[in-house]
Write a protein that binds this ligand. Structure first.
Ligand SMILES: Nc1ncnc2c1ncn2[C@@H]1O[C@H](COP(=O)(O)OP(=O)(O)OP(=O)(O)O)[C@@H](O)[C@H]1O
Ligand SMILES: [Mg+2]
Length: 257
């Protein structure tokens, strides 16, 4: 049975690559409106979990339910259409497109008319194109990139490219967004801006699952943290509890010493 406010259910997910179990029997839920963090040392299985959740990889065993429906076996675009979107650990912007166009592509993920039909210049498609342009500008404003709308996305400074990727994902109006190390490569000021932005979007009802190595950011914004190590959950709970958990400290000392 699904609890009414459970958005995403991860049930005993295992993912094997040959002899390596990148995920072993991982189970946790994401509740509507929360910011949940998934942390762990390099190679813990965090990105693999995102790949399983978004249909890029299929789990070896286990189930994933979005809004009470199993999404195992669905294509990434089908999962996006159901309201779950992600950003990638390495920036993936469209070459040669302006910042605004990058965001407009994000909007098209969940609208009836794609780029092909809007090219036909049907009145409905033209109206939709205008709506999408306006909506995309609003999202660019949200992430502080309104003045960069006309610049080629890949020409922007690194931190702004990261924000643009986030804007493109937000433009699809997801119910839940999966962020894979959104603060990687950001300076302290930009990380602070990102934190404020994520909290604002949560207040608007967005649910967030974030993978992040910046512990300051994770501790500041997360409602709950799940810690993975070698594909297994070794701790979970409120930020303060997880931070003081001896198993977590040990897992991190191995890489940070
Ligand atoms: N396609 C693949 N084929 C084989 N092994 C893989 C594949 N993808 C990931 N792995 C392995 O699975 C394990 C988990 O990798 P994953 O990328 O999920 O870790 P991560 O927690 O995201 O690490 P990082 O913090 O460095 O991004 C690693 O041992 C990795 O080498
Ligand atoms: Mg990763």
């Amino acid at each position: 049975m699904m609890v009414a406010d459970t958005l995403l259910q991860i049930r005993e997910v295992t993912k094997r690559f040959g002899g390596l179990a990148a995920l072993k029997d991982v189970s946790f839920d994401v509740t509507v409106g929360e910011i949940k963090a998934m942390i762990g040392p390099n190679g813990a299985g965090k990105t693999t979990m995102f790949d399983v959740l978004t249909g890029i990889l299929h789990p070896t065993a286990g189930d994933v339910m979005l809004k009470g429906e199993s999404i195992v076996g669905l294509r990434p675009d089908q999962i996006t259409a159901m309201g779950m979107i992600r950003t990638f650990q390495t920036i993936q912007l469209f070459e040669g497109m302006t910042a605004l166009e990058n965001v407009m592509v994000g909007c098209h993920c969940r609208t009836a008319c794609g780029f092909a039909s809007s090219g036909l210049r049907q009145p409905a498609a033209r109206r939709e194109e205008k709506d999408i342009r306006e909506k995309s500008m609003d999202v660019l404003k949200d992430v502080g990139l309104a003045t960069r709308a006309g610049e080629i996305g890949t020409n922007l400074p690194y931190g702004q490219q990261r924000m643009l990727e986030l804007a493109r994902a937000l433009a699809s109006e997801p119910d839940i967004i999966l962020l894979d190390e959104p603060a990687a490569g950001l300076n302290q000021y930009e990380t602070g801006e990102l934190a404020g932005l994520l909290v604002r979007f949560r207040e608007r009802g967005l649910t967030i699952l974030i993978v992040e190595h910046d512990m300051g950011l994770v501790m500041q914004i997360s409602d709950e943290i799940v810690v993975l190590d070698y594909g297994e959950i070794i701790a979970r709970g409120a930020p303060q509890d997880v931070q003081n958990d001896p198993r977590v400290i040990e897992a991190y000392l191995g890489i940070e010493a």
